[in-house]
Design a protein around this ligand. Structure first.
Ligand code: TTP
Ligand code: MG
Length: 411
């Protein structure tokens, strides 16, 4: 299977700062994009479709292709094409409709993996996002290793879907890179390989260059990034205005836009499926505590407080229960959150404990921490808990999430 022969094109080196607009602040940006997302979900769920051309989308007379599997692409099948046209191009293709719930589930799983590495995640659609991992290097290693781990963890959590990743010093280059080795590939653009990678690319790969601009550029002899880079910027400005200047910048690989995270996130959660059902309630409780610690750490890193918590428990027969509770007051202290989470779990396990296949912990009703009103009188116990959280966060930030845990012993 191709998965085990990944095609990496990179030089193992930190991404070079000089490509960035801010010479003193080197950034490490990843662009993660799932491969033939809807079609891959169909192939995962229907093994008989694997290795075959698959078209997803409406099958009625006005149906449109949402995506084509990589097996269907050599025939010319593309997203947004009328389904009838795609079927003429590739009559042996299997046409399927993918359920919205499957797409949402996979999309959330992918998002969950991304948030393990940084809270600076800017989703572009259900299957792609930018990640600024500059601040995560100390915790998770260099950006290339993070890209590799993210690809592996996405494959594992989704049960076999592949992602392509681009690693570079800015958004434009990272997005360009993720596309260069699709499917199931990773590409790193460094200062050293920047020109060799960019120069031969056709101008159509520049953001915002549609067929009309392409024709205008071709008319003045400009066909590739290299042609734009070498063209006098005045000529481009005379022809295209300020947009010409932007084209020139992009062709040099310069882009200063920052990754803008999706602050509308409504919850932060983590769940785990066990290879074998866990029949010891204390063992399940221990896992839940480590999940609570992890999501609370992410909550604090994102400068949120949670007004509610939820747990999800699935038993061996796939029966799933969810329980949620509201906190008296939004908090980002692990002790407060765990107090409510463990209460939900203890109530459930006291009433109906059965061996557990999956357990999950979610923090909900997120509010910006700055929005939590300061209280007039502060409980010394809470001050102490905040101190404990700070100390533990510092250890996790330095040594990784496995370094320190609270005990559940006292229940
Ligand atoms: P894309 O990431 O554009 O495409 P893709 O994931 O199918 O393929 P690639 O490997 O080239 O990234 O879009 C993600 C999903 O969004 C895609 O699987 C189907 C859906 N989609 C639509 O519903 N309508 C559209 O017009 C497009 C472009 C995509
Ligand atoms: Mg995609």
């Amino acid at each position: 299977m191709k998965r085990f022969l990944p095609s990496f094109t990179f030089v193992r080196k930190p991404v070079a700062p000089e490509m960035d607009g801010h010479p003193n602040i080197p950034r490490a940006i990843l662009h993660v994009d799932m491969d033939a997302f809807f079609a891959s979900i169909a192939q995962r769920d229907h093994p008989e479709l694997r290795g075959k051309p698959v078209l997803t989308g409406g099958t009625g007379p006005r149906g449109v292709v949402t995506t084509a599997s990589y097996e269907a692409r050599p025939f010319g099948c593309r997203s947004a094409m009328p389904m009838a046209q795609a079927r003429r191009l590739c009559p042996q293709a299997v046409c399927v409709k993918v359920r919205g719930t499957s797409i949402r589930e996979a999309s959330l799983q992918v998002r969950e993996v991304m948030h393990r590495y940084t809270d600076l995640v800017q989703p572009l659609s259900c299957d792609e996002a930018f990640l600024d991992v500059t601040g995560s290097v100390r915790l998770f290693g260099d950006p290339i290793s993070m890209g590799e781990s993210i690809r592996r963890e996405i494959f594992e959590i989704t049960g076999g879907l592949t992602a392509s990743v681009g690693v570079a010093s800015n958004k434009f280059l990272a997005k360009l890179a993720s596309d260069l080795n699709k499917p199931d590939g990773m590409t790193v653009i460094t200062a050293e390989n920047l020109r060799a990678t960019l120069d031969p690319l056709p101008v159509s790969r520049l953001w915002g260059v549609g067929p009309a601009t392409q024709t205008k550029l071709h008319a003045i002899g400009i066909k590739t990034f290299g042609d734009i880079r070498r063209a006098p910027v005045d000529q481009l400005v005379a022809r295209f205005g300020t947009w010409g200047e932007r084209l020139h910048e992009l062709a040099h690989g310069r882009d200063e836009r920052v990754v803008t995270p999706d602050r509308s996130a409504k919850s932060i959660g983590q769940e785990q499926t066990f290879a074998e059902n866990l029949s010891d309630p204390q063992a399940v409780r221990d896992v839940l505590l480590s999940q609570c610690e992890h999501v609370a750490w992410r909550l604090r890193a994102a400068k949120f407080a949670a007004g509610g918590v939820a747990i999800k428990v699935r038993d061996g027969s796939f029966y799933t229960v969810s329980r949620s509770a509201t906190l008296d007051e939004a908090s980002d202290r692990t002790a407060d959150l765990w107090n409510t989470v463990s209460g939900l779990f203890d109530t459930w396990s006291g009433q109906q404990f059965v061996p557990v296949r999956l357990i999950g912990c979610t923090l909900e009703r997120l509010v910006a921490r700055d929005g939590v009103p300061e209280r007039l009188f502060t409980d010394p116990q809470e001050v102490k808990q905040t101190g404990v959280d700070r100390a533990m966060d510092a250890i996790v930030n330095k040594f990784g999430s496995g370094a320190v845990h609270r005990g559940t012993g006292g229940r």
